[in-house]
Design a protein around this ligand. Structure first.
Ligand SMILES: NC(=O)c1ccc[n+]([C@@H]2O[C@H](COP(=O)([O-])OP(=O)(O)OC[C@H]3O[C@@H](n4cnc5c(N)ncnc54)[C@H](OP(=O)(O)O)[C@@H]3O)[C@@H](O)[C@H]2O)c1
Length: 300
């Protein structure tokens, strides 16, 4: 039996890409996962040729330049991957009438809003990474059929992230300082991947995503509903881990922990629109974190 749905994944060795490649898809799905070495999204000819050859029904772009601080000194590279490459993917998706699912970030906002951010809030990125990702959203939405999913504070058992770093530091240090005045919704890469599988199913393999629909109907926030500061997140990680942390974890202000790129103080994304549209809701943090910590601690 030939597969009824072909899903091409870019950035398949990153946190979200690797979860997409290992998560459970409906049986009649053929996954086509590509790491950066096999499919460089900044190479237009390669992107167009590969997509023409494989004729996917869905392209999930999990590729990105995610080094937020390094982007400040490499703006051209960040723009090439996060915006120009996305434009090539949109062009390629249109060439074979595929749905493009693109992942974006809370860093498109400046974090000055008091409440939770909704999709229609104005973007005003603070740094190069957020600026390039904001342009990437626009690029993705040039595709006739595309969905943009904004997520935040991604962690998982595959790849580098805050949870992995905290577990390592807990075993190396007696004292830690963690930023307390930035708040967001930590989201497990595996939950993002499962939501994307759900979205593909809910849109009949992308076929029900309306062509050239208004942007507002194609942009969704996709995060866990739990909001915490980095400091609270660190303490929850220690509480969840087998080893815990016997030392002292002290709250820091962003001023005490300067970084090349400024970060939004408020990264709370409201994912209600996604729930209303597709009935998809991501797990709370205390539910999502345990399995990731367990997998990291088991070293598997
Ligand atoms: N991490 C977060 O906290 C976070 C927060 C909000 C939103 N997001 C968004 O979520 C998405 C997934 O992030 P993630 O955490 O999974 O990122 P990640 O772990 O850094 O993975 C990104 C992947 O993209 C690949 N890549 C880089 N340049 C490429 C290119 N030119 N062509 C093809 N692939 C390329 C990288 O491959 P190499 O390693 O080989 O370069 C890497 O495997 C991204 O869109 C990101 O902006 C992430």
């Amino acid at each position: 039996m030939s597969p009824s749905l072909r899903v091409l994944i870019t950035g398949a060795r990153g946190q979200v890409g690797a979860e997409l490649a290992r998560c459970s898809w409906p049986q009649a799905t053929e996954l086509l996962p590509f790491g950066s070495g096999d499919l460089d999204i900044t190479d237009r000819e390669v992107v167009l040729a590969r997509v023409a050859e494989l004729a996917p029904d869905v392209i999930v772009n999990a590729a990105a330049y995610t080094a937020v601080d390094k982007a400040e000194s490499e703006p051209d590279r960040a723009m090439a991957v996060n915006a120009t490459g996305v434009r090539y993917l949109a062009e390629a998706a249109d060439s074979c009438d595929a749905l493009l699912i693109h992942i974006s970030t809370d860093y498109v906002f400046d974090g000055t809003k008091t409440g939770w951010y909704v999709e229609s809030d104005e973007r005003n990125p603070l740094g190069v990474y957020g600026t390039t990702k904001s342009k990437g959203e626009d690029a993705a939405l040039t595709a006739a059929r595309s969905l943009v999913l904004r997520t935040a504070w991604v962690y998982g058992a595959l790849g580098s992230n805050f949870v992995r770093t905290m577990l390592r530091l807990a075993s190396e240090r007696d004292e830690l300082g963690v930023v307390e005045d930035q708040v967001g919704c930590p989201t497990a890469a595996g939950d993002i991947a499962r939501a994307i599988v759900g979205l593909v199913a809910a849109t009949d393999g992308g076929r029900s995503v309306e062509e050239d629909a208004h942007d507002r109907t194609r942009l969704f926030h996709l995060t866990s509903p739990t909001d915490v500061s980095w400091f609270e997140f660190a303490n929850l990680i220690f509480k969840t881990s087998k080893g815990g942390f016997g030392g002292q974890c002290r709250p820091l202000s962003s001023d005490e922990y300067p970084t090349p790129a400024a970060r939004p103080a408020n990264s709370r994304l409201d994912s209600t629109f996604l729930f209303e549209t597709f009935g998809l809701r991501l797990p709370e943090l205390n539910e999502a974190l345990g399995p990731v910590v367990a997998e990291l601690e088991s070293g598997s």
